[in-house]
Design a protein around this ligand. Structure first.
Ligand code: NAD
Length: 296
């Protein structure tokens, strides 16, 4: 069997084109154009690249945006002061603080200082909590994007065994919550694995849907995957590549070529989950502007 490719770039482009229409209608009705404030602490090149793709998507969708750069020595107090200023600014709909932060800053404290009504990343405990009890919320963008891919390709989730490898607050945990809720996009029997899981293969091999977000190239090999499984590779890892001009290439957490021969569906890296994450950020920013989740 050769797996069908889940084309995240294509679905993200379609999503962005639809959002663009929505934004234009919103503006034509006399509303202010949505505005996303991005905060970058320091100058990490990977963070700058992610911010570049997010602000580029804003342009395509018709969302206004700007980035506030703060030095990597900024104190927690000064960073919080900036965030509070953005919270109180009515012309800002969404606030995104690019992670990771320098080690002297607590991402928990920083995320909690964002007004949850502007938390378009869906990382604030209020939004994560509401997700857990099936209330309207800003859904964390990466897992929300994966559910959109299942919907687009009519990949059934209900009653399947979904195994999520990785338990982070921003990907693995909300993914497992979304899959396991008894709602329209969930109803899977869900297993969550992490670095303390003993014998990972005993879990992955029984997965109908395998979602991998560990950040380790080649963690998942073909012998760990069930014949016909749906494999979603969230990992984005830089590995040395002398043939590339920039000296590295991006790979996921899965042995793509070998698993492709066994799975029924698979996401490539790049071009799989990544573009959907950005598209979902755009969706959340429009929801924030419309006050759809938290009406006044
Ligand atoms: P993280 O480091 O916060 O969490 C990693 C998780 O994987 C942890 O729960 C850890 O216990 C688990 N893990 C690590 N090694 C493992 C192992 N050997 N076996 C089983 N579990 C293991 O990472 P994160 O922020 O969730 O990101 C994970 C990966 O996804 C990274 O490569 C990141 O770059 C990528 N990512 C991609 C997108 C996207 O849009 N495609 C978005 C966010 C993160």
């Amino acid at each position: 069997m050769s797996a069908k490719i889940i084309d995240g770039k294509k679905v993200a482009d379609l999503t962005i084109a639809n959002l663009r229409k929505d934004v234009e209608q919103w503006v034509e009705r006399g509303n202010r154009r949505p505005f996303l404030k991005v905060v970058q602490v320091g100058n990490d090149p990977a963070s700058s690249a992610y911010i570049g793709s997010k602000t580029n998507a804003c342009k395509k969708v018709g969302i206004d945006t700007d980035t506030t750069h703060l030095p990597d020595t900024v104190s927690a107090k000064d960073l919080k002061k900036s965030i509070i200023q953005f919270n109180n600014d009515d012309s800002i709909d969404g606030i995104l603080v690019q992670l990771p932060l320098p080690s002297h800053l607590s991402s928990h404290d920083v995320i909690e200082s964002i007004d949850y009504r502007k938390d378009v990343d869906g990382f604030h405990p209020m939004n994560i909590g509401r997700l857990s009890v099936d209330q309207p919320t800003f859904k964390s963008c990466t897992p929300a994007g994966i559910l959109e891919l299942f919907n687009y390709y009519s990949i059934p989730v209900k009653s399947k065994h979904a195994v999520v490898v990785g338990a982070s607050n921003i990907v693995g945990s909300p993914m497992a919550v979304m899959l396991s809720r008894e709602n329209n996009t969930g109803k899977a029997t869900t297993t969550i694995c992490h670095k303390f899981t003993r014998d990972l293969t005993t879990h992955t091999i029984s997965a109908d849907i395998l979602i991998v977000a560990a950040g380790h190239p080649n963690l998942i090999k073909a012998e760990m995957v069930k014949e016909g499984a749906v494999v979603i590779d969230v990992g984005i890892n830089r590995v040395a590549d002398e043939t590339s001009e920039r000296g590295y290439k991006l790979v996921g957490d899965c042995d793509f070529d070998a698993i492709r021969e066994k799975a029924s569906w698979i996401t490539p890296v790049p071009g799989g989950v990544g573009p959907m994450t950005v598209a979902m950020l755009m969706k959340n920013t429009l929801l924030a502007a419309k006050k759809s989740i938290y009406p006044d």
